[in-house]
Design a protein around this ligand. Structure first.
Ligand code: MRU
Length: 365
């Protein structure tokens, strides 16, 4: 996607710069567009843990490059296994991270150590290219849904889409998942407008989704997380589209905390609730999302404090809870498949059922 007319991906390697890995520091957006240069696997792990880089597909891609960085200094069997385990342990919920590390290990283990670093860069590059292509395909399949919606109403009627968290290009290598169809619809002239859940506690919606949509010229309005149900009751939401961090083979969906409540409100108001994902987000080993998906618990400070820009233009962090109040911070929840209208994947759209998934991925049967 483009920033001020220049095309970017969310991660790239600079060969001139000693094969270092570059990302945007997402903790600085929307107020600053800082590029971070990562040169060690430790820096990559830190960037993932602190969410300088985030979003399920992107943390997988960046971790893959983290392994390539590690192999430049030590490409032994021991180092390969240790560094892979260290990177895989950075965040627990998004399956793309474990998937990318496992793919790298399967590719690198049989190779002689002297060939591993080059092979790791090449494989991480393929992971990135495939993610960008899958998300573009998701965009095209989701676009069909939006075209159908547009055809059902007056040509100039606004289509209101609600999204939660950030599942845009900055959460993937390119295009995004939930936002890809929206970008394409906007580009072909459909009258789309996005309700952007702010997404407490870290405000990925208010900070990142709003920034992405605004940069692309997509009309959008940021809302408090609790406003979605009210808007649905008043007929102001035509469709919900969210991304996901892990989908089980039964089609249960883990996504940013609060997604489940949106799905409940959508069901109560007959609003279609779609989930967009590349197949790298499907965990075929897991069936029951509520029981089997590990939910990341993050720091209390993300609840008790909030970041923002003050009136003097300084980025600051302020406390919003009384001294001594405890806070709990589960970072994801699971929406049961029965509340999901359908899944949008790179292979097409399907029902959120085991058979629906197998119809697109029969090799998994
Ligand atoms: O904690 P985050 O910001 O990494 O969580 C991200 C999400 O929940 C996204 O919705 C999900 O990763 C889909 S990204 C295309």
């Amino acid at each position: 996607m483009k920033i001020n007319g220049t095309p970017y991906r969310s991660v790239w390697v600079d060969e001139k710069d000693g094969w270092s890995v570059h990302i945007f520091d997402q903790t600085r957006l929307p107020f600053a567009l800082d590029i971070l240069q990562l040169t060690t696997p430790g820096q990559v792990a830190h960037a993932i843990k602190t969410m300088q880089v985030r979003g399920a597909p992107l943390i997988g891609a960046v971790a893959a490059y983290g392994l390539a960085l590690a192999l430049r200094t030590d490409s032994s069997d021991t180092a390969l296994e240790q560094q892979a385990a260290m990177l895989a342990a950075t965040r627990p919920t998004a399956i793309n991270l474990a998937w990318a590390i496992e793919r790298m290990l399967n590719h690198l283990r049989p190779l002689p150590p002297s060939q591993r670093a080059d092979a790791a860069y090449a494989e991480a590059g393929r992971i990135c290219d495939e993610d960008a292509a899958q998300n573009e395909a998701i965009g095209l399949h989701g676009l069909e849904l939006l075209r159908t919606l547009a055809a059902q109403r007056g040509k100039n009627d606004r289509i209101n889409i609600l999204t939660h968290c950030n599942a845009g290009w900055i959460a993937t290598v390119d295009w995004g998942t939930a936002l890809a169809p929206i970008y394409m619809a906007h580009d072909e002239g459909l009258n789309v407008h996005v309700w952007v859940d702010e997404t407490r506690p870290r405000n990925q919606g208010a900070a990142l989704t709003a920034w992405e949509l605004g940069s692309h010229g997509v009309p959008h309005t940021v809302i408090a997380d609790n406003a979605g149900g009210h808007l649905m009751q008043h007929g102001l939401v035509d469709m919900v589209i969210v991304g996901t961090d892990r989908v089980t083979r039964n089609a249960d969906v883990a996504n940013k905390i609060g997604t489940y409540l949106k799905a409940l409100a959508a069901r109560d108001n007959n609003v279609p609730f779609w989930v967009a994902l590349p197949s790298t987000t499907i965990d075929w080993r897991v069936a029951d999302g509520m029981r089997e998906i590990p939910i990341e618990e993050r720091s209390e400070a993300e609840i008790t404090h909030i970041h923002g820009r003050d009136d003097s233009g300084q980025i600051s962090r302020v406390q919003i809870t009384p001294d001594g109040s405890k806070a709990a911070n589960p970072a994801f929840d699971v929406t049961p498949a029965r509340l999901v209208t359908g899944l949008i994947t790179e292979k097409g759209c399907c029902a959120a059922t085991p058979d629906g998934l197998l119809s697109l991925f029969p090799e998994r049967g």
